[in-house]
Design a protein around this ligand. Structure first.
Ligand code: DX5
Ligand code: ZN
Length: 232
């Protein structure tokens, strides 16, 4: 376990919207360069999607890749675990360099205990929910989380269309956060691009995950990131 705490507290002071490029959409043959590219371009954190082929019908990457890119980047690493049994993998991802770990409320295991494990390891903790899972499922954990992630696509693949039926859930969770009085980030993930970024921000989101809409602009990451930040 690391000796110095890591968490989203490492975020650069930034009053506006935070942008989290999802490396699922990166060119993996150029992964190091792409990670450095989005950092230089002004990304606020790096979103890393971990899939087990069971919780979602796709495989992505493991702790080894996280460890490799950790050497190249000072960005906070925001690790999204799409795993049936996330509790088994907290320690490997902390060791690999995660700063923040988000787990699914639909996962197996004692969700509350897994959140405690993440926080005891020095990382900040998030909880997320599939499009079909109601906002109320988050309520039992509101006192112990640093971030709520609303999935605006069915998790498992990049490049899907934004589900605007999730906007009421974003508004409901924004109200739940405000009522809690706690500094909890409200993140969205899936189909975020210009045109949808403004909708989720207006609904109350403050952290935008974006894969395709950033990595398709390989020659101009700063423009892609700025366009999301300023989408009105
Ligand atoms: C989907 C992942 C997302 C994905 C988003 O399961 O959680 O982070 O990379 O990709 P885009 O931005 O292309 O919808
Ligand atoms: Zn994700």
């Amino acid at each position: 376990m690391p000796t110095s705490p890591r968490s989203l507290d490492k975020l650069k002071p930034h009053d506006g919207i935070k942008i989290a490029p999802s490396i699922l959409a990166a060119d993996f043959s150029q992964l190091g360069n792409e990670v450095k590219g989005v950092e230089i371009a002004g990304a606020d954190m790096l979103h890393i999607d971990i899939m087990d082929g069971h919780f979602v019908p796709n495989l992505s990457m493991g702790p080894g890749i996280v460890q490799s890119i950790r050497k190249l980047s000072n960005l906070p690493f925001d690790v999204h675990l799409m795993l049936s049994e996330p509790g088994r993998y907290i320690e490997p991802f902390v060791e690999a360099g995660a700063d923040h770990i988000t787990i699914h409320v639909e996962s197996s295991g004692d969700i509350s205990a897994i959140i405690d494990l993440i926080r005891e390891s020095g990382c900040s903790a998030g909880i997320t929910l599939r499009p079909g899972t109601p906002a109320a499922s988050i309520k039992p954990f509101i006192d112990k989380i640093d971030l709520i992630l609303v999935m605006t696509v069915e998790p498992g693949f990049g490049g899907q269309s934004f589900m605007n039926g999730q906007l009421p859930k974003i508004r409901a969770l924004r109200a739940m956060i405000d009522a809690s009085g706690k500094p909890i980030h409200l993140q969205v993930d899936g189909g975020i691009a210009t045109g949808t970024a403004c909708q989720v921000v207006n609904a109350g989101a403050d952290v935008l995950v974006a894969g395709s809409s950033i990595f398709k602009y390989r020659n101009d990451f700063p423009k892609a990131i700025q366009a999301l930040r300023e989408d009105k």
